[in-house]
Design a protein around this ligand. Structure first.
Ligand code: PRP
Length: 538
């Protein structure tokens, strides 16, 4: 038994780090209090049913559970807004509204340590409950801007609106599953796949706007562009509203810190109006999230309009006052996948006009600045490419869809590079009836997450065994009934008497981009993408 480590996702914070964190916290507290927000504290543990009821879509795996004396399931709060909505809806007298509330307390979620994500996050946030409309939105948005400005960070906040996607998708009238897939592709800015899924709806009014949504981010000009794309009344009302917010924020002195992202489509069960995210220099993920959520308090028995935001204090503090969100500063660092995709990726860089001579000559060097450019290249294993891009230490990466499907993560999947084509497939010994009989099929694979997701969707319960390489051996040695693996030419299967039972998904190399870099270094990233796309054409 090891008595000196802390649970996954948690860490100790020692003197300098604690001091820095408390400094940031004090600045934001002062800002919020000056704006009339008053602090409340809610229990660290709540009944599981509270969160389940508030947001049935929230995955229960992220909640850390315990039980009380009576055996009722409790959870460590996975978010702060739900308990605050519970308190306001159930305990505040009518005259308390509009209520300006703030909090500074932890949220706790079950995370895997080896991804470097924190499971215990100290958040400071504000909620304005019982007020709707422009003035209320500006109140909460200004509090968010002032909070970050007061903390001394170089930052940007991007605005979006839940009404855009909701209006467009309802006019398209597609089944729920397709709508969710479209939403997901917009969220991850997967341009090519979004184009493909929308193709059958080419002659519909919403087509052009839906297809353009992931690209509509930047300054006020994106609103004009969006208005040219659709007559959808709900979407147009949202554009007009965002313009009003933008103008008001500019007048309040935030012009340089505000951006628009019409492709903000996360948590749409929850957000009902404006939504926003904040980014600060060194942090690879958003450090602030917020929006209008008019339906939440109603779940606790009292219909109250509400809007709010939460800041990740540790991430903001680490992003630091020196962080500058200025576009065009510094280099663009691209992580490339070693091995299978390496040769073709290097050829692409060459085609795109980059000098890769140093990369071609054998050496043990790991970071290369391409001569005459602002592009730096690192070579890494596929899964590590995702890790580096997700954490923002690399702005972009080239990685196979197989690794993306297996590892997941938050990043934009901007370009399907089209090379490294192969497929995920279920394969077994020739003639084997994998799903027949009463026995649970045993599947060997290097890709347990892909395997689990595939069979869950098919409603088949399987036993998965993780194998590190040459997975084809497992059915040959009778360890497994079948494998889920990459098939490229098919020769490994053929030479070993195996055959494809069914296809799982097509695979090719993708260009992924860090969430913050896409916003804070937009010009540079777009330029590199343009160069690579031209390189692809040649
Ligand atoms: C991959 C995959 C298959 C093989 C498929 O393995 O796991 O074994 O390539 O290619 P094919 O259809 O062209 O025969 P890889 O060589 O990447 O490594 P591994 O054998 O160590 O898993």
């Amino acid at each position: 038994m090891n008595y000196i480590s802390t649970p996954e996702g948690t860490r100790d914070l020692l003197f300098t780090a604690t001091r820095a964190l408390r400094n940031t916290e004090q600045c934001i507290r002062a800002t919020l209090e000056k704006r009339g927000y008053e602090e409340i504290i809610t229990p660290v543990m709540e009944y599981y049913d509270v969160f389940r009821h508030a947001n049935p879509a929230q995955s229960q795996e992220v909640m850390v559970k315990a039980s009380d004396r009576n055996g009722r399931i409790c959870v460590m709060r996975p978010d702060n807004t739900t308990p605050i909505a519970r308190v306001a809806a159930s305990r505040f007298p009518d005259e308390a509204f509009p209520a300006h509330i703030y909090y500074c307390q932890n949220v706790i979620r079950a995370v895997a340590d080896d991804h470097g994500h924190r499971g215990e996050v100290l958040q400071i946030g504000a909620e304005l409950i019982g007020a709707d409309g422009l003035e209320a939105d500006l109140d909460i948005l200004s509090a968010a801007f002032d909070a970050l400005a007061g903390a001394g960070a170089g930052f940007r906040i991007e605005l979006g609106h839940a009404g855009i996607y909701k209006g467009l998708i309802s006019s398209l009238g597609v089944p729920e599953e397709t709508a969710e897939e479209i939403r997901r592709l917009i969220e991850t800015k997967s341009f090519a796949a979004l184009g493909d899924i929308l193709e059958p709806y080419r002659d519909r009014e919403a087509y052009r706007a839906l297809k353009a949504m992931p690209q509509l981010f930047g300054g006020a000009e994106v609103l004009e562009e969006a208005e040219r794309l659709t007559e959808n009344p709900e979407a147009r009302a949202a554009f007009a509203y965002l313009r009003t917010l933008l103008e008001a924020l500019s007048r309040a002195g935030h012009r340089d810190a505000v951006m628009i992202d019409l492709g903000l489509v996360h948590e749409l069960d929850y957000y009902t109006g404006m939504m926003f995210r904040g980014y600060a220099g060194g942090a690879g993920a958003s450090i602030l999230r917020g929006g209008r959520y008019n339906a939440l308090c109603g779940k606790f028995g009292r219909s109250l309009a509400a809007a709010g935001f939460a800041v990740d204090l540790e991430a903001l503090t680490e992003a630091g006052p020196a962080a500058d969100g200025a576009e065009g500063s510094g280099r663009i660092r691209i992580a490339l996948t070693k091995g299978r995709l390496e040769k073709k990726t290097l050829a692409l860089l060459k085609n795109s006009g980059y000098d890769i001579s140093e990369l071609e000559s054998p050496s043990r060097k790991l970071i290369f600045l391409l001569p005459g450019s602002d592009v730096e290249v690192v070579l890494a294993k596929a899964a590590d490419v995702i890790t580096y891009v997700e954490h923002g230490v690399c702005d972009m990466g080239v990685v196979g869809k197989d690794t993306i499907m297996e590892k997941g993560g938050s990043f934009y999947e901007m370009v399907d590079l089209g090379f490294g084509k192969c497929r995920f497939a279920v394969a077994a010994k020739k003639g084997k009836d994998v799903y027949g009989g009463y026995k649970m099929p045993v599947i060997a694979t290097k890709y347990p997450a892909v395997t689990k997701a595939f069979f869950e969707k098919k409603n088949i319960d399987v036993v998965t065994i993780k194998i590190e390489g040459s997975v084809e051996l497992a059915p040959l040695l009778e360890l497994a009934d079948a494998i889920v693996d990459i098939v490229e030419t098919g020769s490994t299967l053929r030479e070993n008497g195996l055959e494809v039972v069914e296809e799982v998904a097509p695979i090719s190399a993708r260009l992924i981009v860090n969430l913050a870099s896409a916003k804070l270094k937009k010009q540079q990233i777009q330029r590199v993408i343009g160069e690579l796309e031209r390189g692809l054409e040649e």
